[in-house]
Design a protein around this ligand. Structure first.
Ligand code: HEC
Length: 155
């Protein structure tokens, strides 16, 4: 019985240790999957962005429900890519356009990603009103954040 208690206690301690070690883990284990992860996330984000751009420019007829759904998805996706930059070793390489400046200016990069998320959430809020005259400026504001970051940190 005593041995059983000791074994159980040891097992619980080791479960506890594993759980706290996992707190530092990301959705991927190595630099290559981190790069894939962020590029995939940025691509689906872009798909939603392009669909909205077509309606803002009038190339596709504005449909408030579809636009609002795109804006909601876009806002959710705006949170996703950045974790893929935070893994140690997910540095520039052959299969990425990320510039080394990101890791030299991490606080600025992080701030830009946070401003971007805020802009995307703002756009989703405005999109739910169904008024294109309010949507267009919010959309342009979000677009500025893409360009600002790409100009500094993307090859
Ligand atoms: C905070 C910085 C930042 C913001 C904001 C940002 N991007 Fe990027 N984006 C990057 C970086 C860095 C890369 C290069 C990633 C790589 O290749 O590893 C990239 C790559 C991409 C790619 C290429 C993905 C691939 O398959 O290689 C697309 C598409 C993209 N971004 C679209 C957008 C759009 C659209 C927006 C705005 C709605 C946006 N990005 C906002 C930093 C940003």
């Amino acid at each position: 019985m005593r041995n059983l208690i000791i074994a159980t206690t040891a097992a619980l301690i080791s479960v506890g240790l594993t759980a706290s070690a996992n707190a530092d883990k990301h959705a991927f284990n190595d630099a290559e999957s981190a790069v894939d992860y962020r590029q995939n996330a940025l691509s689906i984000m872009r798909d939603n962005f392009v669909a909205m751009a077509e309606m803002v420019k009038g190339e596709v007829e504005y449909d408030a429900a579809i636009f609002s759904q795109r804006a909601d998805d876009f806002a959710r996706l705006s949170h996703i890519p950045w974790d893929g930059f935070s893994v140690e070793g997910a540095m520039p390489g052959e299969n990425t356009d990320a510039l080394p400046e990101i890791w030299d200016n991490w606080d600025d990069f992080k701030q830009r990603s946070e401003d971007f998320i805020q802009g995307a959430e703002q756009l989703a809020t405005v999109a739910s009103t169904g008024s294109m005259s309010d949507i267009a400026p919010a959309f342009k504001e979000a677009a500025k954040n893409c360009k600002g970051c790409h100009d500094n940190y993307k090859d």
